[in-house]
Ligand binder design. Structure first.
Ligand code: NDP
Length: 250
């Protein structure tokens, strides 16, 4: 166990599965107490059983924006403070632009942008009081280049990258570093839905990924652990692709 991380507390949204679970796992293995949040209690319990007693599951729907201040107060009362916030929870929808309804577009923006804003605002209040903190947002290749059939998701992840810069300039002077990881195509439930059954899309992804494979959720976990570490103390406002070279692939 790395003692440098001891006594710190992280909140990882969507920590019950996929990339969030891999981030939570890296944190826990480094001795960071890690609160994982999602809507599916069974999934969260399974993650807790796998990660052990430094992992604390919380069942909460981030779409319930009005309840976020009370949630953060409850977590802060219970754990003292939140040192690291990973805004990982997100949803995707693959649909032609002309078939996407206003309601569907709004639903994606609500989870992927509004909830990230509301949770970051509330957690930041405690970080400002402490004079330190670390926020890690998760964007996507959809905000690096154009991908068809993901208009709402692209809008949401482009917002996340802009928000990362806006948060970093305002919060870094207060001791809070804010960064963003832009994952490439990572093998999770989400990418399975987007790529399986669409051999052409999957081939396109792999052909422009110089490292020649989909990413493993743990690849993102490693990057998040670094960004949360003392080694990243002079890094803020960045968007770091962890993508096997997909963003620069030919
Ligand atoms: P998963 O679908 O496996 O995980 C998404 C997580 O978000 C789930 O644990 C889910 O929990 C949680 N979540 C979704 N909506 C809510 C909500 N309203 N309230 C609380 N929790 C919620 O996907 P990934 O692990 O692949 O994705 C994680 C992040 O990485 C997302 O932001 C995604 O956009 C991003 N990303 C993924 C890529 C990939 O290739 N996989 C590529 C680029 C970015 P529950 O089901 O319990 O609600």
């Amino acid at each position: 166990m790395n003692t440098a991380h001891q006594a710190r507390t992280a909140l990882v949204t969507g920590g019950g599965s996929g990339i969030g679970l891999a981030i939570a796992e890296k944190f826990v293995h480094s001795g960071i107490r890690t609160l994982i949040l999602g809507r599916d209690q069974e999934k969260l319990n399974a993650a807790r059983n796998r990660l052990g007693e430094l992992c604390h599951p919380y069942c909460f729907d981030l779409n319930d924006l009005a309840s976020i201040p009370a949630l953060v107060r409850r977590l802060t009362d219970e754990f003292g403070r939140i040192d690291i916030l990973v805004n990982n929870a997100g949803i995707n929808m693959k649909k032609d632009l002309i078939d996407t309804t206003d309601g569907e577009f709004s639903r994606i923006l609500h989870t992927n942008v509004m909830a990230v804003f509301a949770l970051s605002r509330e957690v930041t209040k405690g970080m400002v009081a402490e004079g330190r903190g670390c926020i890690i947002n998760i964007s996507s290749m959809a905000s690096q280049y154009g991908i068809p059939k993901v208009i709402a998701y692209t809008a949401s992840k482009s917002a996340i990258e802009g928000m990362t810069r806006a948060m970093a300039v305002e919060l870094s002077p207060l001791g809070i570093r804010v960064n963003c990881i832009a994952p490439g195509f990572i093998a999770t439930d989400m990418s399975e839905k987007a790529l399986n059954g669409d051999a052409e899309r999957k081939q396109k992804v792999l052909s422009r990924t110089p490292l020649g494979r989909l990413g493993d959720p743990g690849d993102i976990g490693e990057a998040a652990l670094f960004l949360a570490s003392e080694g990243a103390r002079y890094i803020t406002g960045t968007i770091i692709p962890v993508d096997g070279g997909n963003a620069i692939g030919f």
